[in-house]
Ligand binder design. Sequence first.
Ligand SMILES: Nc1ncnc2c1ncn2[C@@H]1O[C@H](COP(=O)(O)OP(=O)(O)OP(=O)(O)O)[C@@H](O)[C@H]1O
Ligand SMILES: [Mg+2]
Length: 226
Amino acid sequence: MSSIIKLEGLEKYYKVGKNKLCVLKSINLDIESGEFVMIMGKSGSGKTTLLNILSFLDNFDNGKYLFDNNDVTNLTENQRSVFRNKNIGFVFQQFNLINTLSIYKNVELPLTYSNSSKNIDKEQIINDKLSAVGLLDKSSYFPVQLSGGQQQRVAIARSLVNNPQIIFADEPTGALDSETGIEIMNILKKLNSQGKTIIMVTHDQDLIKYATKVIRLKDGVLSMEV
Ligand SMILES: Nc1ncnc2c1ncn2[C@@H]1O[C@H](COP(=O)(O)OP(=O)(O)OP(=O)(O)O)[C@@H](O)[C@H]1O
Ligand SMILES: [Mg+2]
């Protein structure tokens, strides 16, 4: 397997009034392509901050970030967004679907932002992804007409349309009952077995069994279990 993410001595500060708060402290991390990584830690330990940096949503202050063997430490905001659209899919705790758009249109959204969408059969891709999560028959529905678990499956379909290398998921089961959460985990597990790298934040110890690597954050300091 090849390294997809490598962090060396990464640090992130937030300015709070006159003070500088160090929320990620000298983080070293190596994630290989095809892994299923769980990030755990108490509220405020830095999980979302780390996820946002890894997924090119946010920048950092010190250290080095290699993505797929490219040095992405000093990307501009525009370059970060190009990297993000090309390589990353997102799944959130609260699904983040757009309520005024149909399921089909929600899944289409990342394609409309990407440059590579000119010569591809959009409809085929969208229908494939909706089939993959078992919701092709709900194409013309709107988010409010679906259950929470179904909405999260739509969010997963949406995260897949650009064929990203990595899916980032911030507590994807956090708003669901445990049975529905297991359905979502099984979809993520299947995607992982098909080669997608998954990096997810969770508070749920029971989900560790899905992981190939568990990362724990405590006050911005990272430790690792395999
Ligand atoms: N924009 C910001 N400005 C200042 N401080 C921030 C900002 N965002 C986060 N923080 C602080 O950084 C630390 C880490 O926050 P983060 O959101 O990464 O935690 P988390 O582990 O995701 O917590 P939770 O489990 O509650 O989601 C916290 O102390 C938080 O207060
Ligand atoms: Mg968080």
